[in-house]
Design a protein. Structure first.
Length: 349
């Protein structure tokens, strides 16, 4: 093929393949640091290979989950603090997997931007790798998409995909009944849901992202709101393997009000004691500044509880001790009752 005098290049159209290759080489050590039993290939191929038998499974059922970080990304982009959103991305996927009773095995990410900034992208992927390591999940592949004209300068988007497995017959929820105890595991803040409302409340407050945090003067407001989603994988898997767990609910969009019923069979609801835990300062500030009703807070945010476990009443104390021994802040949240919805008693403290 002959070349015209004024022939264009892909780089001149806005896509820098060399930058993409540089990024892949930079993130290979981070991805390699997540290797676990079952991983067969590293980055660079057309697909990632994983050996379930080598991972110790005999008759596995695969479980898949996908999610993003939502408009929390807007704060990360505006502040330049992008290191933690990769952890959020992993957490939103793997915390869902364990609610099905599955052990997270491997993870893939999708990073899209208008113009690739290698350092920014590497920091994000290194955060993804950190989340994978903390949850025993291997980062075995992904896609970096540089798409000029699709995103404003500096903007990017993220999506994550996780696959886990469990032995046949071990899926959750199972055999949840009236009288079972609900244990609540504390969150690390807002996690990754409700940020459209968070940003609206911040706008109402008149504060900038670099202002002192109203509930923690040691941090800026932006940094506090970027606290990554807590990873619940290792402690809850220990509780599951000990035989304590009948069901789990990851408290994401919809809060306690909508997520707890997702693990309950027809004819059963939940009674939750709102005085069983201390609501973190971020939620009190959001409620006071935005004039949020208690019901709105409970169906939009996690309100301080990021995961709920349903356990038999006679195993509740043992499960609570095990989870605390593995670093979780746990409270007895309530009970499974006859009904169909979540009912609350008391008032948020």
């Amino acid at each position: 093929m002959s070349e015209g005098k004024n022939g264009l290049t892909y780089a001149e159209a806005g896509v820098d393949i060399a930058a993409g290759n540089t990024l892949v080489e930079r993130i290979k050590p981070a991805a390699k640091s997540t290797n676990r039993s079952g991983v067969m290939t590293g980055l660079g191929g057309f697909g990632g290979l994983f050996d379930l038998k080598a991972a110790g499974f005999e008759d596995p059922i695969l479980v898949a989950a996908t999610d993003g970080v939502g408009t929390k990304l807007r704060i990360a982009i505006d502040t330049g603090h992008v290191d933690g959103v990769g952890v959020d991305l992993v957490a939103m996927c793997v915390n869902d997997l364990i609610c099905q009773g599955a052990e997270p095995l491997f993870f893939l990410d999708y990073f899209a931007t208008g113009k690739l900034a290698v350092d920014q992208a590497a920091r994000i992927v290194e955060g993804i790798a950190a989340g994978c390591r903390a949850s025993g999940c291997a980062l075995i592949g992904g896609e970096t998409a540089e798409m000029p004209g699709m995103y404003p300068p500096g903007d990017f988007d993220l999506a994550g995909f996780a696959v886990g497995a469990m032995e046949r017959g071990q899926h959750l929820p199972r055999e949840i009944g009236e009288g079972d105890v609900l244990l609540g595991l504390a969150s690390d803040g807002v996690h990754s849901n409700g940020y459209s409302l968070v940003r609206r409340v911040v706008e109402m407050s008149g504060l900038g992202w670099d202002a002192a945090c109203p509930w923690d003067a040691q941090m800026t407001l932006g940094a506090a709101l970027l606290t990554p989603t807590r990873l619940y994988v290792r402690p809850t898997l220990e509780a599951l393997r000990a035989g304590h767990v009948k069901g789990m609910a990851h408290i994401t969009g919809g809060g306690l009000t909508e997520n707890v019923p997702r693990m309950l069979p027809d004819g059963l609801g939940a009674e939750i004691d709102l005085e069983a835990w201390h609501v973190p300062g971020v939620f009190r500030w959001l409620a006071e500044t935005g004039g949020l009703a208690e019901a709105e807070l409970l169906k939009t945010f996690n309100a301080g509880i990021g995961m709920v476990l349903a356990v038999p009443a006679d195993q509740a104390e043992a499960a609570l001790i095990l989870l605390r021994d593995h670093g979780e802040d746990v409270c007895t949240l309530g009970h499974v009752v006859a009904g169909s919805d979540v009912t609350y008693r008391g008032a948020l403290g």
